[in-house]
Design a protein around this ligand. Structure first.
Ligand SMILES: [Zn+2]
Length: 74
């Protein structure tokens, strides 16, 4: 898709299976219960292998906002 992904070069995430540079993907989804979930991951354009780096769940109930983060450590 986009071959000019500079951030991939800088971060240096390579696919474990074929050694190709992976690109960064951010996905946000709205769930039926009002939660929002964002997932950040690197994905290999060749084989589809992905490395999840962070997951954020934002929960709004009444006047309270609760943010849960899950960060992957190597
Ligand atoms: Zn791959």
């Amino acid at each position: 898709m986009n071959s000019n992904e500079k951030s991939v070069e800088e971060r240096g995430f390579m696919c474990k299976k074929d050694g190709k540079p992976m690109y960064f993907v951010e996905e946000t989804e709205k769930m039926s219960n009002g939660q929002r979930r964002s997932v950040f991951y690197y994905r290999c354009p060749i084989c589809g292998y992905r490395i999840e780096v962070e997951q954020v769940v934002i929960n709004v109930s009444n006047d309270k906002i609760v943010i849960k983060r899950k960060i992957r450590k190597k």
